[in-house]
Write a protein that binds this ligand. Structure first.
Ligand SMILES: *Cc1c(COP(=O)(O)O)cnc(C)c1O
Length: 364
């Protein structure tokens, strides 16, 4: 194995590819195309490659730099811009992607103009907000009107379909009823344009619930999936779904112990605020054995979302560059220089793959 520097993330490409194949197969069985979302792992091109090798046809990100990296890396795929575009990036959206999600007429006109300038046809999916309250048309009549404008007046845009996003801000569950609302909008548009839409895009990882349950409404034919493939964690943890057919160790975080000492558990002296201006509560449990590891909030955000692989390790807290662990209950006689391994959640994955201090290694 290659020499490691710490902290690092190790990404198991074989396990990732397995997860892609498994989710893709289940989606395809139900007439659904799975789009590979890479933004959760900061768009690493080798992650995009596993999506493609595992059967996905399209790669999606909210960030165009990540898409550009994948193209430069040589990943041949269709690309989708997930975040409704900024007016200031429409030229790049057209240059780098074949599809984008949209919710503003002004942006659509700008995209059309940019596409004309680059002599391209660009596919757009109009987003409906079904109550999650992030992006998307709230007024569905307005949405139908805009669809008609795209169809009839914007020569360099192709109205590909409609979509929705659920569970990201408003924590709304993609129930069959919710998704039926989207299909209703699609069919209203189809009646007016007198043709079928290419895609009805029914959401992200949370919509995999419908695939697992086998009750996805008939016409939903696209899901945009990131977390559910890379980590396979949320649906099991928060919704009780059986995700045992997926590997949970695709992305692991490793950090090195830099100090081990017995210390009091309650700070000594006048207590004010910590490095981030917070006033935590400290419980006095007497003298405890503690370890410091060389990674901190700058690298991963919230220390309490780290899950140590070894037993008998408790996260006490962190500052920018240090994480403090209680290892009193650990039986493995840990030493300075030892490396501890952690499972990650979505937020931790986003941060650590995006931190210059955290090296990335691939296992294949
Ligand atoms: C991030 C994102 C996704 C994928 O989300 P996951 O939960 O990682 O599957 C899908 N659609 C949109 C619009 C997104 O922004």
């Amino acid at each position: 194995m290659k020499e490691r520097n710490y902290p690092c993330v190790e990404i198991n490409l074989k396990h990732l590819k397995h997860n892609v194949e498994e989710v893709n197969r289940r989606c395809n069985e139900q007439g659904i195309e799975m789009i590979g979302v890479i933004k959760g792992a900061t768009g690493l091109p080798l992650i995009a490659k596993q999506y493609i090798d595992g059967g996905a046809k399209m790669i999606a990100s909210s960030r165009l730099e990540q898409i550009e990296d994948c193209i430069e890396f040589g990943i041949k795929a269709k690309y989708m811009c997930l975040r409704v575009p900024m007016l200031s990036e429409v030229d790049e959206v057209i240059r780098l992607t074949e599809y984008s999600l949209n919710s503003e007429l002004k942006v659509l006109r700008a995209l059309n103009h940019a596409a004309k300038g680059q002599n391209k046809k660009h596919n757009v999916i109009l987003m409906a907000d079904l109550g999650d309250l992030r992006e998307g048309f709230w007024d569905k009549e307005e949405m139908v009107d805009v669809a008609l404008l795209v169809e009839n007046e914007m020569d360099n845009l192709i109205l590909s379909g409609v979509g929705t996003n659920l569970g990201c801000y408003g924590s709304i569950v993609p129930t069959p009823d919710k998704l039926e609302e989207l299909i209703e909008i699609a069919e209203k548009i189809e009646t007016k344009i007198e043709r079928k839409l290419e895609y009805i895009s029914g959401g992200a990882t949370t919509s995999l619930m419908r695939v697992w349950d086998g009750n996805m409404p008939e016409r939903i034919n696209m899901l945009r999936v990131g977390e559910g493939v890379i980590l396979g964690r949320d649906l099991e943890l928060f919704f009780g779904y059986d995700m045992s057919s997926l590997y949970k160790d695709v992305l692991m975080l490793k950090a090195e112990i830099i100090e081990i000492k017995d210390k009091p558990s309650h700070p000594i002296g006048e207590i004010a605020v910590d490095a981030f201006g917070q006033r935590p509560n400290y419980t006095d449990r007497g003298i405890r054995k503690r370890a410091l590891i060389g990674i901190g909030k700058v690298d991963y955000g919230n220390p309490f979302e780290l899950v140590p692989l070894e037993e008998g390790i408790e996260i006490l807290g962190a500052s920018s560059d240090h994480t403090i662990l209680d290892i009193e209950e650990n039986v493995n006689n840990l030493n300075v220089g030892d490396v501890l391994e952690f499972k990650v959640c979505y937020a931790i994955m986003v941060y650590v793959t995006n931190s210059r201090n955290v090296k990335i290694f691939y296992i294949d």
